[in-house]
Design a protein around this ligand. Structure first.
Ligand SMILES: CCCCCCCC/C=C\CCCCCCCC(=O)SCCNC(=O)CCNC(=O)[C@H](O)C(C)(C)COP(=O)(O)OP(=O)(O)OC[C@H]1O[C@@H](n2cnc3c(N)ncnc32)[C@H](O)[C@@H]1OP(=O)(O)O
Length: 201
């Protein structure tokens, strides 16, 4: 079974997250104009207060309950509802693994004009988690080894791929890579450990 995500999510939420993502990039790239920056900060604070007035208890916002696994729309890597998430798009998940697209921006810069390695690792970690869950082995990452072969560019769509490799008792092995225009920039191998109790949604 192949599933498309996200499922049903209010357009207001995705639009708000997208505008805040734009805002974060604008902040990172803003010229150093102290009065202008302080004025912007005051206006943003107003919007923040109005949202805080309608605060929910938990960041988790489950969607796609009818598909492979349930995932929060506020997941910090994939979640279209979370401004921190790049997010992932064109997600294809099935028993053979997961594939998705991700476009980083200047917000994610580590080395000059390249994506910070921690962000690359976060996406790979998420992808192996998704892949093993889709293969029927929901598990948490215990170990993630990332090899950075080349700098990962931002501002261009990248391909992410992950797949379940094998299971040995509670240990689940998976591999993943991220590529740009067909060139693999980073690979990961992971050991995940199966959930013993109920799988958190
Ligand atoms: C995450 C939510 C998923 C929700 C799923 C919903 C459905 C799916 C839908 C969508 C997928 C979502 C996708 C999201 C993906 C996100 C990925 C992440 O960010 S994961 C978070 C970061 N990881 C942690 O926070 C773990 C922290 N660590 C722990 O909690 C424990 O260490 C844990 C559970 C991993 C293992 O602890 P123990 O006490 O249960 O088990 P012990 O006995 O220590 O280990 C079991 C086996 O694993 C080996 N092991 C443990 N750690 C190892 C390591 N670092 N390296 C190698 N082997 C290790 C051990 O040697 C043992 O092996 P032997 O069975 O004896 O053969």
């Amino acid at each position: 079974m192949t599933t498309e995500v996200p499922g049903k999510l209010s357009p207001g939420r995705t639009t708000l997250a997208a505008r805040v993502r734009d805002l974060i990039e604008a902040v990172v790239l803003a010229e150093d104009d102290p009065p202008g920056l302080l004025d912007a900060a005051a206006r943003i604070e107003e919007v923040t207060e109005s949202l805080r007035a309608r605060r929910r208890e938990s960041p988790r916002l489950l969607v796609q309950a009818d598909t492979v696994g349930r995932l929060s729309a506020n997941n910090p890597v994939e979640g279209p509802g979370n401004p921190l998430a790049p997010p992932l798009s064109r997600i294809r998940v099935d028993v053979d693994g997961m594939r998705a697209e991700v476009t980083f921006t200047a917000v994610h810069e580590g080395p000059p004009e390249r994506v910070h390695g921690g962000w690359v690792a976060a996406v790979l970690d998420h992808a192996v988690g998704r892949a093993v869950a889709a293969a029927g082995h929901p598990a948490m990452t215990a170990s993630l080894t990332v090899d950075y072969h080349e700098g990962t560019p931002y501002g261009v769509p990248l391909e992410v791929e992950a797949r379940f490799a094998r299971r040995d008792g509670r240990k689940v092995y998976a591999i993943a890579n991220i590529s740009s225009g067909g060139t693999i920039t980073a690979t990961a191998s992971a050991i995940l450990v199966l959930f013993t109790g109920p799988v958190p949604g």
